[in-house]
Design a protein around this ligand. Sequence first.
Ligand SMILES: Cc1cc2nc3c(=O)[nH]c(=O)nc-3n(C[C@H](O)[C@H](O)[C@H](O)COP(=O)(O)OP(=O)(O)OC[C@H]3O[C@@H](n4cnc5c(N)ncnc54)[C@H](O)[C@@H]3O)c2cc1C
Length: 423
Amino acid sequence: MTPPPTTDRADIAVLGAGAAGLMAAIAAGREAARRGRALRIVALDGARTLGAKILVAGGGRCNVTHHAVTEQAYAGGSRNTIRRVLRGFDVPETVGFFRDLGVDLKREDTGKLFPTTDSARTVLDALLRAAREARVELRHPARVARVERAGDAFLLAGEWGDLHADRLVLATGGKALPKTGSDGAGYAFARALGHSITDRVFPALVPLVLDPACPLRALAGLTRPMRIELRAGTGKRLLEFTNSTLCTHFGLSGPAVMDISRHFLDARHHDPAAHLVACFLPEASREALERDLLALGPRRVRTWARALLPERLAEALAEAAGVPPETTGANLKKEARRALLDALLAFPLPVTADRGFTHAEVTAGGVPLDEIDPRTMASRRCPGLFLCGEILDADGRIGGFNFQWAWASGHLAGVAAATPVPP
Ligand SMILES: Cc1cc2nc3c(=O)[nH]c(=O)nc-3n(C[C@H](O)[C@H](O)[C@H](O)COP(=O)(O)OP(=O)(O)OC[C@H]3O[C@@H](n4cnc5c(N)ncnc54)[C@H](O)[C@@H]3O)c2cc1C
């Protein structure tokens, strides 16, 4: 039974209490206190347990940020806007914010910053504590089904009742990992309030599915550093990522593949012949390898390849190149030598699909960045509305960049939402 409507009112409603929403609510509460304003701030979330995405992040360790965050690590809307948002609340401020909450961060060799406890729980607990200390009312599970303009205010409604708010921070995330509650519902709310959504909203940081006939699928469990290159249909190299890559029963996963996935999906949308190739020996030069093969003499291709790569992979690649691993160097014809080098250094990856939002870490696309003011995250379409986090058209590489976007945009939105409009 739907409960009767109430006249519950808040000064600020934060819709979505993930990374961006929690940060926005905390920043709003602190800013209100700093200004001596007694504001009622209510953060609503549909999830039974808050912060599910923070808890699973970084393999349960939560990669909170990266020591060197620049707009270059992001795709989506204007890099200039992304830079301005990131500068509004930068990495030293993020580190200081968490330090003040009792969460020290440590930097790993990759540049990623994790809590010294190696536990995402420390991060989530600190955020929830800070929200309570900032006098934020956290209301959950409170799934919002409807958001509309009500005069100068906003009306949020769901099975739990309804809430009027003078200002609204929309922090509903994107569509990645929908079981956590981020299922794209926020796009309809943004539209209802006058915003548009990019033509395409698609998975980013997502594993890729390879054709069942691809020999890499038979190597499930194998992990190696690989260079994954994106090439246009013309063969032109567009982009590359070198990092650990994991062969799985469906295809490929791991940071290099995840990082290139959104660029590949985007390129293929515009150029159906765009494709990926893998280099299994990112440190080696083709010339040096060719010299070695020419000097192989009576030794076998198998022995040579085994010294460079795991045996299963070496044999699969030789087979894919049509070179029996028992072939000796002396019997290796020029064509076969070239085919072998191609298989090792530029192996075409027959990608048939991505693994979808269920397995994606982030969403590409969303509310266009030119519809917000990057100094305040205020909507340029709807007075009193602020947007932050993954609902916006910005997605970062693996490494803490997506959380940094959530912290920075959330902080700016929260401070601005608690700031009175100048007369
Ligand atoms: C497996 C995984 C690992 C990741 N690891 C990292 C990492 O280590 N480092 C990193 O930087 N990034 C990581 N990310 C990405 C990062 O988690 C997200 O970019 C970030 O959490 C986005 O924050 P957000 O607050 O914008 O959205 P979300 O965290 O998605 O939060 C949105 C919230 O809104 C709520 N909501 C949505 N619709 C409604 C509604 N209608 N009513 C009420 N509530 C609603 C949802 O329940 C949710 O709690 C990872 C993502 C995944 C999936």
